[in-house]
Design a protein around this ligand. Structure first.
Ligand code: R5P
Length: 298
């Protein structure tokens, strides 16, 4: 019997794609908020002996985590067989070290919670910096679906003579992959972050590429101060308004407005977190990856 596909807000396009790929049948869950702020969960279908897949973009993170954990526990309690998590955006990966004495390494703790609640996890471009893979902190099978091919297809179709620009050293392998698929050159800036909204970047010498359209690619746009810094430098160097691409469109507070004000041209994102800038649909790639033999969902 095929799996039941549940979703939290923002999971709709992914559930549709998973269903179209033959991975399961959409099913309803009621998540309600009691007046005192607690969450209530009701699963309206018989899950006994059936596999379940929960699709949940984990943003805003804390608001999503409690209902998600309660849903996983409810499915288990009602007798579901395997319960998988598809988190197009997987939160809680940025605190991957104890930067100051006494800090918790929250990525490890959330990984422990999710590993205890689900049988497998699939996600798109998780923010892995100090961990080489999700397997370092998750004890369940995990699968990562890369956004680079979809981003490259978008850039190829819409940006003439692009120059791919990564904002920091971490972005290099990733920007290099997009650039290779587009068939365009790339450059990587050096970033210094002194605070949440205090970021400076230094660009390499880009004089040879001045006639190209810069495409700044980053995995997460949170405060967008990283992309703001890159865009400001590119504009100061005489480049055309840069196209800004992010996989995960968090855009907290004034982030989007700040990026526009800095001189960005088009701002586009993947639909791993619902946002008006979503222009690159990751649902088909995710569904194809999970439908393939050997995937965590099989
Ligand atoms: C950093 O390591 C990430 O790759 C992003 O550059 C960062 O998360 C972006 O954050 P913000 O939008 O707040 O500058």
């Amino acid at each position: 019997m095929s799996a039941l596909l549940f979703r939290l807000d923002g999971g709709e396009p992914f559930v549709r794609a998973l269903a179209a790929a033959g991975l399961g049948t959409p099913a309803e869950v009621e998540i309600r908020r009691f007046p005192d702020g607690e969450s209530g969960v009701r699963v309206a279908v018989d899950v006994r002996g059936r596999d379940a897949i929960v699709v949940a973009p984990l943003f805003p993170p804390d608001e999503r985590l409690v209902p998600l954990l309660l849903l996983a526990a409810t499915l288990d309690d009602l007798g579901a067989a395997r319960v998988g998590l598809v988190a197009p955006y997987l939160a809680y990966l940025r605190q991957d070290a104890r930067f100051r004495e006494g800090e918790g390494i929250t990525s490890r703790y959330v990984a422990r919670l999710l590993s205890g609640s689900f049988d497998w996890l699939a996600t798109i471009d998780p923010h892995l910096h100090r961990f080489a893979s999700l397997g370092e902190i998750y004890s369940i099978p995990t699968q990562v679906i890369p956004a680079a091919p979809a981003i490259a297809a978008w850039v190829r179709a819409r940006v003439p003579r692009p120059l791919l620009v990564g904002p920091d050293g971490e972005s290099e392998p990733w920007v290099a992959r997009v650039a290779a698929e587009v068939g365009a050159p790339f450059a990587v800036a050096r970033k210094e972050r002194r605070g949440d909204r205090d970021v400076t970047v230094t660009l390499p010498d880009l004089a040879a590429h001045r006639d190209r359209v810069p495409v700044v690619v980053d995995d997460i746009a949170s405060t967008a101060r990283t992309q703001v810094a890159v865009v400001s430098q590119l504009r100061a160097a005489g480049f055309a308004p840069p196209v800004c691409v992010a996989v995960h469109a968090l855009f907290v507070g004034d982030a989007h407005a700040a990026l526009v004000a800095a001189g960005a041209g088009a701002i586009v994102t993947c639909n791993t977190v619902p946002h008006p800038t979503n222009a690159i649909d990751m649902a088909p790639a995710l569904a194809a990856a999970l439908a393939a033999p050997g995937s965590v969902a099989r």
